[in-house]
Design a protein around this ligand. Structure first.
Ligand code: HEM
Length: 374
């Protein structure tokens, strides 16, 4: 695209003569923020105008919004996390005072610290709800295995990212939640050794804190970006369901307004939670005094209660294997029920799913009572 010498030139045109902006912006489509690729041979205004007018497939609306909402929450976590990282110091002697500094002295630091925490809570809930929705709409049938497996893995990696974040403030609650979480993961015969290898042992010291930090701000976010990328590219290839592939009547312009509203509601909700229910980070961690209410994070209460439910004569290895087998069964569900069932088979899988979900809730409550309600 050669510049025309007598063209009335804007800054945008000047840049576009030198850089292919359309190609750069088309990157947004990779993460579902634009439903189709931009024609990178065209100038950005023309290419965007085309996409804005194109009718969207009807899957681009509620409740399918959980995917894009989870990705926006992830971006929000990245943004607020990066702001926190400007002041946070990942060594045991200063981590707590650096978070105290963020919360008390840095302008808007307290708010950023709080919304990062609440965004993490919402992120996990949205990802969990997405897996449940995919299950009940049969979104794991032949052809959509990747969508299902990626959704499950995204939830699992998000919980691990959350777990690594909890240690960072180096306060009593975070420190002891991590110790208790490690007790649960160490009891898992396959995942336990992998975790121990990643962070270098079972103890928690300054070096381990630094490793948690690297995992938290680099390794797991990268894994999550990759999983989101696979999710959106798989959705573009196979759609979210057979019936929803037909083009709808809404254009991208309308969908963008909806997206903007969604973001405003999300940020408003997070700030409301941050102000009304601030998450306190307590006093500095004391490795020698276990607080009476130290418990694993909520997503580990169920496997913890399950392992504790077995009588003492059942070997530890076997107790740990059961939650891992259950996780593997969930992950590989598309291969257990490739047609996502029909008739009786569908009912059977649906009932088993409801049973597993109820069991999860009951075990979570049992785990909570075991730890806190004693
Ligand atoms: C690029 C992405 C991210 C960066 C750079 C980042 C950075 C940080 C930093 C520096 C802290 C310590 C400061 C503080 O506690 O205020 C922190 C804490 C935390 N992060 Fe992240 N984070 C990222 C993504 C995530 C994700 C994806 C999750 C959850 C799934 C998450 C959950 C948490 C949690 C729960 C805390 C502890 C908050 C507390 O207890 O006070 N973060 N993060």
């Amino acid at each position: 695209m050669d510049p025309k010498p007598n063209d009335k030139r804007s800054v945008l045109t000047w840049i576009e003569d030198r850089v292919n902006l359309t190609e750069i912006i088309s990157f947004l489509s990779v993460f579902g923020l634009l439903p189709s690729e931009l024609d990178s041979r065209k100038r950005v205004r023309e290419a965007l105008g085309e996409v804005m007018r194109r009718p969207l497939p009807s899957y681009a609306r509620w409740p399918h919004v959980l995917g894009i909402l989870s990705f926006i929450l992830f971006l929000f976590l990245g943004l607020t996390g990066t702001m926190l990282a400007f002041y946070y110091q990942p060594t045991a002697d200063v981590a707590y005072s650096s978070v105290t500094l963020i919360a008390r002295d840095v302008a808007f630091g307290g708010l950023i610290h709080q919304v990062h925490y609440w965004a993490a809570v919402l992120f996990l809930l949205v990802l969990g709800a997405r897996v449940i929705r995919f299950f009940f709409t049969g979104l794991y049938a032949r052809g959509r295995e990747a969508i299902w497996m990626v959704a499950v893995l995204t939830f699992v990696f998000a919980t691990i990212a959350d777990m690594t974040g909890r240690l960072l403030p180096w306060d009593t609650a975070g420190y002891w939640t991590t110790i208790r979480a490690r007790e649960v993961t160490d009891a898992l015969p396959i995942l336990g050794p992998i975790t121990a290898f990643l962070v270098g042992g079972s103890g928690l010291d300054s070096l381990v804190l630094t490793r948690y930090y690297v995992l938290h701000i680099a390794v797991f976010p990268l894994i999550l970006v990759l999983l989101f990328y696979i999710h959106f590219s798989s959705v573009r290839r196979v759609g979210l369901s057979r019936v929803d592939r037909a083009p709808g009547t809404r254009s991208l312009r309308v969908a963008m307004y909806d997206l903007l509203l969604l973001v405003l509601f999300m940020v408003g909700g997070l700030i409301t939670f941050a102000v009304l229910l601030p998450h306190s980070f307590g006093v500095v961690a004391d490795p020698f005094t276990t607080p009476p209410d130290a418990h694993p994070p909520w997503y580990l209460l169920a496997p913890h209660a399950l392992m504790e439910a077995f009588p003492a004569f059942v070997p530890k290895f076997l107790r740990g294997l059961i939650p891992e087998i259950m996780l593997a069964a969930v992950l590989f569900l598309p291969f257990l029920d490739p047609e996502s069932g029909s008739g009786t088979r569908r009912r059977l899988f649906r009932n088993v799913g409801i049973g597993v979900l109820l069991l999860w809730v009951v075990l979570t409550v049992a785990g909570w009572r075991l730890e806190v309600g004693r």
